[in-house]
Design a protein around this ligand. Structure first.
Ligand code: CS2
Length: 504
């Protein structure tokens, strides 16, 4: 398949193009996969909160594959946007009958598929009653979510739900839901009142024990409102743990051009991703589930080893090369992976420090797993953005990397490279790159952390006191010394020379 080069001619063509919709499905080129089922017969079964690129490239594709097999047509997906800016997704999907393109990109080329498993999208801030009724619909038996690593309102230091958060406190007292907690707990309360069986709450975020964390967060919120409700939730609602995986870069104008080129139709919000995908799900649902196993998802009784492996090697691996690579001037992950110093660095990071803290995973050879990660990161076609990886670090590092450092410290194992990664995040958070350019930062804590990073410069002392990120680790002397040494090198030598020194 040919590599696509964006060009003016195609942009002009896109303007004359018809929009992707049910009606246009039959006009798609033969090479484009599309729903083989009658979408009008698919009924709602799952509400998904947090419809971004990842969900649309992952869970929605698994369901589309299931529906293509003629199975589970009562498990249609309804997207639910809780944030004001989710309106853009609602507006993009409505004229397309919620259809969109997934372009799977690997080194052999691109494959486009139109995904039909999402049958509706509701924007809660515009229509709060409709959103609540949807969640109370007895046909909805699963509420799944990708609300980001930081979305569960958990205190890093204690691992507990932050009941002191003023927004949470006022929502717990109010009958007007706003956040995921208000909607999900409000709907469960209403279902209990109306005698409707509860739905399963399915977290699809990159957290170890994501189901357990979700259970703790939602039940604690319920407790603030009504202890009896919380008790019922603890005994009746299932919160399975899951491991989700598919590298999904941010959709760019080029992604739209690429989709238009492949479809011959305009798609206002396609998504591009790698061809690899993986989903391991704890088989514990309280109100039925689709036959996910028929489409390659792995159902198991214990997801923990998979979660730990994926988060500590893949996600932390991304962070490891992301900040340092960005500081060296690389825009994309595959470019970082094409650099000899970084190839050595990532292998050393995985082999010398992280792997010792990843337990055996049934049926997985860790050496092969790392080799496949190396290949996936090196895929030049997906053009995954360094800045995507560097976003939200104040929430990602505590989940992806700091637990491994804690464990290593307890065992007296090395933390040198992992500390360099933490230091590279600190250097990045100063907001100015090595050429003096402003770094476009995307972190909910940037306003409070950036001034500290700037003020501190070579010294990590103040940053290590940021409890929401470091918790107890901030006061560990060995860790502080390693991070301090690395941060000094980064300021004095720059990222490139520091990486070279650390791999020597
Ligand atoms: C990435 C993840 O955001 C990040 O830092 O590591 O988005 C990663 O691409 C996905 O978890 C892959 O499954």
């Amino acid at each position: 398949m040919r590599q696509f080069e964006p060009g003016v001619i195609i942009y002009q063509r896109e303007n004359d193009m018809k929009r992707l919709s049910n009606q246009q499905l039959s006009a798609l080129p033969a090479a484009v996969k599309r729903p083989s089922y009658d979408r009008s017969k698919v009924t709602p079964g799952i509400v998904h909160i947090g419809v971004g690129g990842f969900h649309r490239a992952h869970q929605a594709v698994y369901l589309d594959e299931l529906f293509n097999q003629g199975l589970g047509h009562d498990w249609g997906l309804v997207g639910l946007g809780l944030l004001e800016h989710d309106k853009a997704m609602a507006e993009a999907l409505a004229p397309q009958d919620c259809l969109y393109t997934v372009v799977e990109q690997d080194i052999r080329g691109n494959v486009a598929r139109v995904v039909g498993s999402m049958i509706d999208f509701v924007h809660a801030p515009s229509t709060p009653e409709k959103a609540m009724e949807l969640l109370c619909d007895p046909r909805i038996r699963i509420v799944s979510m990708t609300i980001t690593e930081g979305g569960y309102n958990i205190d890093q230091a204690t691992g507990k739900f932050l009941t002191s958060n003023p927004a949470i406190q006022s929502e717990a007292k109010s009958s007007a839901p706003k956040s995921v907690f208000g909607y999900v707990v409000g709907a469960l309360a209403e279902r209990l009142k109306r005698g409707i069986a509860p739905f399963t709450v399915l977290s699809c975020d990159n957290l170890v024990h994501n189901g357990k964390v979700a259970a703790h967060a939602f039940c604690t919120f319920a407790e603030m409102r009504d202890p009896e409700l919380a008790e019922w939730m603890r005994s009746s609602v299932a919160f399975p743990n899951t491991m989700v995986d598919r590298i999904t870069p941010v959709t760019t104008p080029q992604t739209k051009v690429l989709a238009a080129e492949m479809l011959g139709l305009e798609d206002q919000w396609p998504v591009a991703c790698e061809s690899f995908k993986q989903w391991v799900i704890e088989d514990s649902f309280c109100n039925g589930r689709p036959a996910f196993e028929k489409v390659g998802a792995q159902m198991t009784s214990d997801v923990t080893p998979y979660e730990v492996m994926k988060i500590r090697l893949l996600n932390a691996g991304h962070s490891a090369i992301g900040y340092l690579g960005y500081l060296c001037g690389f825009e994309h992950i595959f470019e970082i992976m094409g650099d000899g110093d970084f190839q050595k660095f990532i292998n050393k990071f995985w082999n010398d420090e992280v792997t010792a803290h990843v337990k055996e995973v049934p049926g997985v050879n860790l050496g092969e797993y790392k080799r496949s990660l190396f290949e996936r990161f090196s895929n030049p076609n997906i053009r995954d953005q360094s800045l995507r990886i560097c976003s939200d670090g104040s929430n990602k590092l505590p989940k992806f990397l700091l637990p491994t450092i804690r464990e290593a410290l307890q065992k007296g194992a090395p933390i040198k490279l992992m500390s360099l990664v933490v230091a590279s995040w600190m250097r990045f958070m100063n907001g100015t790159d090595e050429k003096g350019q402003t770094i476009p930062m995307n972190d909910p804590r940037a306003d409070s952390i950036q001034p500290i990073a700037k003020r501190g410069g070579e010294s990590p002392v103040e940053l290590l006191k940021v409890d929401e990120v470091f918790g107890d680790l901030g006061s560990n002397e060995k860790f502080a010394a390693e991070v301090g040494a690395a941060l000094r090198e980064l300021y004095q030598l720059g990222a490139r020379k520091t990486v070279q020194k650390y791999i020597a």
